[in-house]
Design a binder for this molecule. Structure first.
Ligand code: NAP
Length: 366
């Protein structure tokens, strides 16, 4: 049985990964070893009904080298400090990583197997050892629109995102709820809407809200900037859309994708409004059936008020693997311009699920 070392399992992505593995019975197929950067020697988690050994040191390359596969959700700094040394020590196990540090390396593959199983299998045949989870919005966009890419119908695309607090980490989620709580205190029976708005706006302006992590209020507002700045005016999050998507798909022709990435006050679902320049005037029915048939998790919703408000929202999708695509229609720009809207849980398909499934592939169970 293969030994699998888990690093970063206490974090948000890591704990969702462990939950998914436990609920799918995945721990029966491997020998897990748990590591920590900060709690070495303390009790490991109980998984699959079994207590695990005390935590080992995640910075000890020799301990990591005893495993066949390392799965890390620890973060980019950890990857940068450990991965190179481990490889240089001669370890040739598989490295599965949630962080972006190795994503664009030539020697690594970005994993999203419902979309790019062929790319993964070819990489395995070619001896690739590093398998990296993609950016959450990119993975969710591809899970939604795989059917259009598979048929070569996307000439270029814009993606305008509405990204949740969880994409920034656990502390940001907590801060958002604290901000909401602070604003909730503005309510009092009998206050008019305008009085409430003045109270809310005043609290946002006078520093009453905790903003240590976001820097500014997110509750009752939004932040149209995610990630570092690029020289061309994009944010790094915006840069990832085209570059990661084309790498995941293994495209022959680079498909341009660009847009604006915006943080909103959702908890763990990212939403995206997409405009697609089609390569041809494909009938809407063909488009809908291509999208719906591409994988087991995408679903096309009717373009009506009821379906949209009940099923195409972060509230409806949180905690679920399904990726609904709705508001599908041709735009007024012309018959070869499509628009649609999609929502996905960014901790599941956006982070933990591709890693879990890659582990299953490497264990020969998928
Ligand atoms: P995180 O929640 O900050 O956890 C990372 C590590 O911080 C933990 O494994 C743990 O390591 C340590 N830690 C310290 N104090 C902790 C506490 N009170 N509770 C839990 N953990 C604590 O990070 P994350 O959001 O899961 O992200 C991990 C990596 O995945 C990052 O590279 C991120 O960019 C990437 N990623 C994230 C998302 C996302 O949606 N958040 C999506 C895709 C990729 P020790 O046990 O070693 O101390």
């Amino acid at each position: 049985m293969k030994t699998v070392g888990f690093v970063g399992w206490r974090g948000m992505v890591g704990s969702v990964l462990l939950d998914r593995m436990a609920s799918e019975g995945d721990f029966t197929g491997c020998e897990p070893v748990f590591f920590s950067t900060s709690q070495v020697g303390q009790p490991g988690p109980t998984v699959g009904g079994r207590e695990s050994a005390p935590l080992r040191d995640a910075n000890d390359a020799r301990a990591l080298a005893e495993t066949d596969i390392v799965v890390t959700c620890q973060g980019g700094d950890y990857t940068r400090s450990v991965h190179g040394a481990l490889r240089e020590s001669g370890w040739d196990g598989y490295w599965i990583d949630a962080a972006s540090a190795l994503r664009m390396n030539e020697a690594s593959v970005i994993v999203l197997d419902p979309v790019n199983r062929r790319v993964i299998d070819e990489a395995l045949d070619a001896g690739t050892r590093d398998f990296i989870g993609g950016n959450c919005t990119v993975s969710l966009m591809l899970m939604g629109l795989q059917g259009l890419f598979d048929r070569g119908w996307v000439e270029w695309m814009t993606c305008m995102t509405y990204q949740s607090a969880s994409g920034a980490g656990a502390r940001h989620m907590t801060e958002l709820v604290r901000q909401m709580g602070e604003l909730g205190g503005c309510y009092a029976p009998g206050r008019t809407a305008l009085e409430l708005e003045r109270q809310v706006t005043a609290r946002m302006a006078n520093g009453a809200l905790p903003t240590e992590h976001f820097g500014v209020p997110l509750a009752a507002s939004l932040i149209p900037w995610i990630g570092g700045a690029m020289d061309n005016g994009q944010t790094r999050e915006e840069w990832k859309a085209a570059n990661e998507a084309n790498k995941i798909l293994g495209t022959d022709r680079f498909v341009p994708i660009d847009g604006q990435c915006v943080r909103v006050g959702a908890m763990r679902c990212h939403s995206q409004a997409l405009t697609v320049k089609l390569t041809a005037d494909v009938p809407l029915a063909d488009i809908e059936s291509a999208i719906a048939g591409a994988n087991d998790w995408v679903e096309v919703l009717p373009n009506d008020h009821e379906a949209t408000c009940q099923q195409l929202t972060p509230a409806a999708v949180s905690g679920h693997l399904r990726v609904p695509v709705g508001r599908v229609r041709k735009t007024t720009f012309g018959p070869d311009y499509l628009t649609c809207f999609t929502v996905g849980d960014q901790l599941l398909w956006g982070a933990a699920e591709p890693l879990r499934r890659t582990l299953l592939i490497l264990l020969g169970r998928l």
